[in-house]
Design a protein around this ligand. Structure first.
Ligand code: CA
Length: 241
């Protein structure tokens, strides 16, 4: 049974979410504040996923996800944002959230998003056990991307990735050598079709460059294509000489 932590200070809403997630077969626990959430999440690896409201008294949702990632915890985080707040989405994804849902939402949509995030996790695990389809690793330049362990090994160090960072990198790799537009990335990686601010993508690219480039200011693998988006190049021409 998957265990979900619900972080929401409005008791009525939190209780309703817990009731409904339990009815869907999840083991659900409520944290009423950001501090409570961090304590529960860092105490033990008891949860498979976090549903995290942005608006919390004290430490807000952005700070919770940021601290979680800083502590080396890369579990899937679904952020609940205020509708129409594009800035919240950008901030949340930059802080390390995997997905978001604007409030108020339909319960079926929340459950579908949760299932989607857990499925991606399960899918990676299943592929690992069956040893099929996607290669376990992908090497480019000084980097070795480990899909199952969800990290990049580079110069003897390992950088863990969030699910979204991994999915974005996977998409770039599948389109190696081709121009990829920001809009296509939003649609195909995030599944976002409404008018979302494409700066979310730029934030992620800045982070990925810090992980994979010798000089993030002069990228050789993850190139900006002016007026279009990005292009991933596995082996830059000058490294072949
Ligand atoms: Ca709240």
């Amino acid at each position: 049974m998957s265990r979900v932590l619900i972080v929401e200070d409005e008791e009525h809403l939190a209780a309703g979410l817990r009731f409904n997630l339990e009815a869907e077969g999840y083991d659900a626990v409520v944290a009423g504040s950001g501090e409570d959430a961090i304590e529960k999440l860092l105490a033990a690896n008891r949860f498979d996923l976090v549903v995290l409201d942005v608006m919390l008294p004290g430490i807000d949702g952005f700070e919770v996800v940021k601290r979680l990632r800083e502590a080396g915890n890369y579990m899937p985080v679904l952020l609940l944002t205020a509708r129409g707040q594009a800035e919240d989405v950008l901030r949340g994804l930059s802080a390390g959230a995997d997905d978001y849902l604007p409030k108020p939402f339909d319960l079926e949509i929340l459950v579908a998003r949760i299932q989607g995030l857990l499925r991606r996790k399960e899918w990676a695990r299943k592929q690992e056990s069956e040893g099929q389809a996607e290669p376990a690793e992908y090497a480019f330049g000084d980097n070795r991307l480990d899909f199952q362990r969800q990290l990049i090994a580079r110069n003897g160090a390992e950088q863990p990735l969030t699910l979204m960072e991994l999915n974005l990198l996977r998409h770039f790799i599948r389109n190696e050598g081709k121009n990829v537009s920001r809009k296509a990335l939003l649609e195909e990686v995030w599944g976002v079709r409404e008018d979302t601010d494409t700066r979310a993508i730029d934030n992620f690219v800045v982070r990925l460059r810090r992980y994979i480039e010798d000089d993030p200011a002069k990228p050789k693998h993850l190139l900006t294509v002016r007026g279009v988006g990005y292009r991933f190049v596995a082996e830059p021409a000058d490294s072949l000489e």
